[in-house]
Design a protein around this ligand. Structure first.
Ligand SMILES: [Zn+2]
Length: 206
């Protein structure tokens, strides 16, 4: 573990039972390639000249959950290629104090250099703040396949919705129980599946 993750604290994959017994399919699990039609690429690229750079930047993955691209995470906000070839990139951190953002910035600069853009400025923008709703459906699907129950809709103002069952990422059962409001990291809670008895982490909606 290199200490970088989607959250402020490291995701302990071994604790999830992933590191100790990696299923065969997990090791070959990779983020699906991005296309110019990807909704986060379309919204980030300020013009058609910026599209290829947005694809290169957006393909960078979360350091510890390498099946999630920064595009699918909703972290990539804006990519602009200037006439001199220099690139401006805006990214938004997932959770406050998230150390992964530094690793992602470096990886974005590297990806753009490989794509022929050595002059890159990566800026961190805090507004509008990132929420779990910024994750694409692909991100949720990949989290699920990675063994982490994806977040539900972000909480709205008003009465808290009760009875939202969390689906077990191993067997799909909704017969699950929250064990701890705060799991291995502050952004996740620990759950156990009553049907397959497997413990798993759930990304809390934010
Ligand atoms: Zn289960």
């Amino acid at each position: 573990m290199n200490g970088h993750s989607l959250c402020a604290d490291a995701v302990d994959l071994a604790e999830l039972g992933i590191g100790s017994h990696p299923p065969q399919e997990l090791s070959s699990l990779t983020a699906p390639p991005l296309t110019p039609e990807h909704p986060r690429i379309r919204s980030a690229a300020v013009d058609s000249d910026s599209q290829q750079a947005a694809l290169a930047a957006g393909s960078v993955v979360d350091p510890e959950i390498p099946v999630l691209t920064v595009a699918d995470l909703g972290v990539l906000r804006r990519v602009q290629v200037h006439r001199d070839g220099s690139v401006d990139v805006d990214i938004t951190p997932t959770y406050s104090g998230c150390p992964a953002i530094a690793a992602m910035s470096a990886d974005i600069r590297r990806a753009l250099a490989d794509a022929g853009h050595p002059a890159v400025t990566v800026s961190t923008v805090l507004s509008p703040a990132w929420t779990t709703d910024d994750m694409t459906d692909t991100a949720r699907e990949m989290l699920q396949r990675f063994g982490i129950a994806p977040p539900g809709p972000a909480p709205q103002a008003g009465p808290v919705a009760l009875g939202l069952a969390v689906r077990c990422p191993q067997c799909g059962s909704r017969n699950t129980r929250e064990r701890s409001r705060f799991g291995s990291t502050s952004c996740k809670s620990m759950w156990t599946c009553e049907d397959c008895s497997e413990p798993f982490d759930h990304f809390k909606a934010l």
